[in-house]
Ligand binder design. Sequence first.
Ligand SMILES: [Zn+2]
Length: 372
Amino acid sequence: MHEFQSDHQTVRLVTSAALRAAVAWSQRENRTEAWREVSRMTGVVMKVFGPADTSFTPAMLIEKLYQPLSALVGPSSPVSDVVLLDADGSLSDAAVDIACEYAEGLFPNSADPSQDWLPSWTWQQQEQVERAVYSGLIASADQRAYEATRRFLIEHPAGDGRKLIELRNKAGARSVAKYDPIGSERVWPGGGSGYWWPCPVCRWPMRVRPPMVSCDFRHHDARFRLADPTSPEGQPLLSSLTESHRSPDAIATDGSVCLELSVWRHITVPGISELALERDLQKIEDVQVGMWAGLDAIDLLVQVAGRKLEVDVKDQVDPFMIAAKPPTAAHVVVPDYRAAQLPVLRELLAEKKIWTSSQFVKHVRAQGGQQR
Ligand SMILES: [Zn+2]
């Protein structure tokens, strides 16, 4: 076990360093610091592989960022197939979709020279993002405000700035995370201030890379193509490339804001699976569901036929990372799109009951709940 853990730590360190180098490289034309960051990350990778690898150069690291990460982390990690840079040198979708879960602080003594310009999702872990967002709410021990606030960040990751404040007040949610103007990589630059599209699943602005418009989180399966011509009013139109979703309407960028990427990726995205499970369970008669009981001691408290089931929902790329910080609840649920994790999780968390979301809903129904 010990040997495995150190292996796993190696994957985290190397992926984290590679991700930072890739982000830096993709910004090298605007950021003089980028070059220094790439050599610093070359040093991190070299140190992980041991002093025997002194021949490793920044140029070699950059070359590897255009290839599957297996060249750096070996063949058996969920991150092995990830390529961080696309052929044109821009950051790949997989960088945000997968690699970002491996990010961690490489400089533990807050001596990170790049924190003032590298985006926080390249060096913050999920728990750090959660702590930054929720710690004040948890300290005030107000379960209702906590629940309302958490739900709000999941359901309203973007929108009209003024409307969002109205909605937030109405929901009894607190202002705990910043909303910023929508980044240029998520804007179609035409028709005045430009347009953006919310992902049909998470409602956060999709990435615009003409002619493609897509959500950075692959499991939302939101992929569209810019249609030609535009609408009679001059708004750009999308045509859907998947059967899952109809095309959303374009929204004018003026006045629109969104959560920063790390809050969306670490709070909104996993929250969608939690709320989807809540919704499915509430469709069963005689079932009560409490969300984030005890200020998130557990994700869902499900009451059915006089029994209480404690549930944690885990929507993470790497089952080993879930097992490294075992959930509190007796039942661990993964989204259906992570069904492949079940065998590994059952082995790693032998004392827990592991389910996909639909398996767990079926289980609760069998406990005595009736379909409403
Ligand atoms: Zn999405």
